[in-house]
Write a protein that binds this ligand. Sequence first.
Ligand SMILES: [Zn+2]
Ligand SMILES: [Zn+2]
Ligand SMILES: [Zn+2]
Length: 354
Amino acid sequence: MILPEIRFDALSAGFAVIATERAKRPTDYRSAQDEGQELPETDPKCPFCPGNEHETPPEVWAKRQDGAADSPGWTVRVVPNKFPALVARPQDAGEDEAWRVPPFPESLEGSLYWQGPGVGRHEVVVESPAHNGSLGSYSLEQMKDVLDAIKRRLTSIYESKDVAYVQIFKNSGKIAGASLTHPHFQIIGLPVMPSVVVSEGQRLKDYESKTRRCLVCDLLEREAEKDVRVVAKSDRFLVISPFASRYSYETLIVPTEHISGLSEMSDAMTIDLAGVIVQLFGAYEAMFSSLPYNMVFHGLPSEVKTKRGWPCHAHIHVYPRLNTAAGLELGSGTYINPTPPELATREFIAAMES
Ligand SMILES: [Zn+2]
Ligand SMILES: [Zn+2]
Ligand SMILES: [Zn+2]
């Protein structure tokens, strides 16, 4: 295997992972899901379906009713990605230079060609044995088990000294970047702090230093007051259509209690979040026969937050991919969204009530 490389782009302050192995990954998308066709409950060719456990690397965690590791009987299963974007340092690599991520240069000139080995983690959380499962169709218990698996792996991956930030995300649909239809989340442990997280962290820090308040807490308070973009609320979470939604039907799921990372969620909070996700995606699934989307978790564990000096209020972005990021979006970071978020909110509420 060729070790991936992570490179810094001095112009945009973003990173790129150059990972040639990723080109070899299989896909089962012809356009089945994108055309809204019904998926079977099991697909004998799918590496994530029960009975095909030998087609993935050995599981790192599973919730099981019965059966031995790497055999059927699980309800949620976590495996390393077979075609990882970032790879775990082998146990025998020790202090081998090839695996050392160089410190980020202090000088700007030094950052022009910063690069390091693509060391980190890349895991897949298979959400359900059902090939045709979806976030809107799960029982509360199933969704909670998925969130618990994510929380567990998040905590464990942050313990690795090669990992600076853990990104949890879900790609659903070919346009949204999924290569396999079987529902799954992905967890990537990055050796660097990515620019989107840096930017959010600095916004929160600036806001706090001027107002002594949390930007996200303030936003939640205003949205609850105005009540024109509140899609759903539970005891512990609020779902809103962001004021400047970049994508049609974009939503933001936020805990009303100020917590900085998902790993800080109590059991009660996790159950509540499971209910909110199932309710929200039930609405998405009622409104669209097939919806490509990305789901992105943002949060920082307390140690990382303290080390960076950033405040953080955990949240989850849902980006439906009905409109495509094109030239204006790439060039200027300005998105054209044909759906007013206030209208999207009313449609979500109607879908939840029917
Ligand atoms: Zn499957
Ligand atoms: Zn807050
Ligand atoms: Zn965010």
